[in-house]
Write a protein that binds this ligand. Structure first.
Ligand code: GDP
Ligand code: MG
Length: 370
C-alpha cells in the first residue's frame, strides 16, 4: 500500500540509506532499499529523525504526498538544555545530581515536594536546565540503542582523588559517538588527595583539552558533598548550551521520549516523558511506543499538577492503555482513534520483525542489500 520506498524516503529526508535502514530496525522494521513503506512508518521514521512530516492525503491513502514540515525561524524559540551526568562508579554522580536538585528546591519553589519523574529542572539566572536522573550510561545505552537522542550536554564527573577510570572512558566514547558535547566536572576537590592537574592531563589524552591549555573543553571544579562550585557549573552548562543554539517550536503538537514508565496500583500505567518539541496539554492524544492514550493528568518535577508542558520539560502523565518502554518515542496525534491505530500498527510491525528475526536475518545480510 505504500507509495514511497526506503531509497526515496532517504532522499527526501536527506539521509543515507544505511541510516534510514538502521532507524527502521530500531522501530522493529526489517527493510531493504526497495522496500515500500506505509504512511505511519514514514511518519514515525521522520519524527524519529527529528523531521516533522505532514501527510497530504488528497483522495486515497495510496496516493499521498509527503511534505517535510520544517520549523520556520519565526516559530522557534530557545529551549532549556537537557543534561545527563556520566562518570565512573563512586565518582559522585548521584551526590552531584542531588546537590543540584536541592539547590534548586531551596532557591526556587520553597516547600515544593520534589517528585521522582526521571528528570528535573533547575534554574540559574532565570534560565532553566533539565537534568536526566537516569544514570547516564543507561540513558545512553538503552535510549541510543533504540535510536532516541535525548541529551544535549554530558557532564562527565571525574573524582579528583581518583582519575580516569574504565567507565570514564566508556562515557567519553558514548558521548563522542552521539556527538554530544562534554563538560568536565572535577569532583571531590575537598579531598586531601585531590589532584586537579593530573585529571586534566589524563583527559587531554582523550582530546578533552582544557580551555586554559588551549583546548575547547570546559572544566569545572566542584565538591558535590560540600556544595562547592555548583552555581559555576550551572553557568557553564548554560554557556555550552548557548553555543548549541538549542531551539524548538512550542506551537505544535508535542513529541518526546519516554524516560521511565511503570504500572501504578491506583493510577494505572504512568509514564515519564521528556517533551522535546511542541507543547503537550491535558486531553492530547498520543502514541508511546506501542501504547496509546489521552493525557488524563500531568504532573511536573515539583509534584505540581500542570495543564501544559513545553520543550525540554519532563512530565509525568497518566491516561495510557499499557506501560511503554524507556526510550520509546512519544508522539501526539489529532485524535485518539488515530493514535490507537498507529500504536496497533506499530505493535504488529514489531511482532513481524520478531518473527523475521527468528529466520536468522543478520545485520550483515541487511547491509549487503544496500
Ligand atoms: P556515584 O556512584 O557516581 O553515583 O557516586 P556517589 O554520588 O554515590 O558518591 C560516592 C561516594 O563519594 C559517596 O560516599 C559520596 O558521599 C562521596 N562523594 C561524592 N561527592 C563527593 C565530594 O565532592 N567530596 C567528597 N569528599 N566525597 C564525595
Ligand atoms: Mg550513583
Amino acid at each position: 500500500r505504500g507509495e514511497m520506498t526506503v531509497g526515496e524516503l532517504s532522499k527526501s529526508l536527506h539521509k543515507d540509506v544505511s541510516e534510514v535502514i538502521k532507524k527502521l530496525l530500531h522501530l522493529g522494521v526489517m527493510a531493504n532499499i526497495n522496500q515500500e513503506l506505509d504512511l505511519e512508518t514514514i511518519q514515525l521514521l521522520a519524527t524519529d529523525f527529528g523531521v516533522e512530516v505532514e501527510m497530504k492525503i488528497p483522495v486515497d491513502e495510496d496516493n499521498f504526498e509527503l511534505i517535510l514540515e520544517t520549523d520556520e525561524d519565526g516559530d522557534l524559540s530557545e529551549r532549556p538544555p537537557v543534561v545527563t551526568i556520566m562518570g565512573h562508579v563512586d565518582h559522585g554522580k548521584t551526590t552531584l545530581l542531588d546537590a543540584i536538585r536541592q539547590t534548586s528546591v531551596t532557591e526556587g519553589e520553597a516547600g515544593g515536594i520534589t517528585q521522582h519523574i526521571g528528570a528535573y529542572q533547575t534554574e540559574v539566572h532565570g534560565k532553566k536546565i533539565t537534568f536526566l536522573d537516569t544514570p547516564g550510561h543507561e540513558a545512553f545505552t538503552t535510549m541510543r540503542a533504540r535510536g532516541a537522542k535525548v541529551t544535549d550536554i554530558t557532564i562527565l564527573v571525574v573524582a579528583a582523588d581518583d582519575g580516569v577510570m574504565p567507565q570514564t572512558v566508556e562515557a567519553i566514547n558514548h558521548a563522542k559517538a552521539a556527538n554530544v558535547p562534554i563538560l568536565i566536572a572535577i569532583n571531590k576537590i575537598d579531598k586531601p588527595g585531590a589532584n586537579i592537574d593530573r585529571i586534566k592531563q589524563e583527559l587531554t589524552e582523550y582530546a578533552l583539552v582544557p580551555e586554559e591549555w588551549g583546548g575547547d573543553t570546559v572544566y569545572v571544579e566542584v565538591s558535590a558533598k560540600q556544595r562547592l562550585g555548583l552555581e559555576h557549573l550551572l553557568e557553564m552548562i548554560l554557556l555550552v548550551a548557548e553555543v548549541q543554539e538549542l531551539k524548538a517550536n512550542p506551537n505544535k503538537r508535542a513529541r518526546g521520549t519516554v524516560i521511565e514508565a511503570q504500572l501504578d496500583k491506583g493510577k494505572g500505567p504512568v509514564v515519564h516523558v521528556l517533551i522535546q518539541n511542541g507543547t503537550l496539554r491535558v486531553g492530547d492524544s498520543f502514541v508511546a511506543g506501542v501504547c496509546f492514550g489521552r493525557v488524563r493528568a500531568m504532573v511536573n518535577d515539583k509534584g505540581k499538577k500542570i495543564k501544559e508542558a513545553g520543550p525540554s520539560t519532563p512530565v509525568e502523565i497518566t491516561g495510557l492503555n499499557e506501560v511503554p518502554q524507556a526510550g520509546d518515542p512519544f508522539l501526539c496525534y489529532e485524535d485518539e482513534r488515530k493514535a490507537r491505530n498507529i500504536a496497533e500498527r506499530r505493535a504488529i510491525t514489531l511482532r513481524q520483525s520478531e518473527i523475521g528475526a527468528n529466520t536468522r536475518v543478520t545485520l550483515d545480510d541487511l547491509y549487503k542489500q544496500i
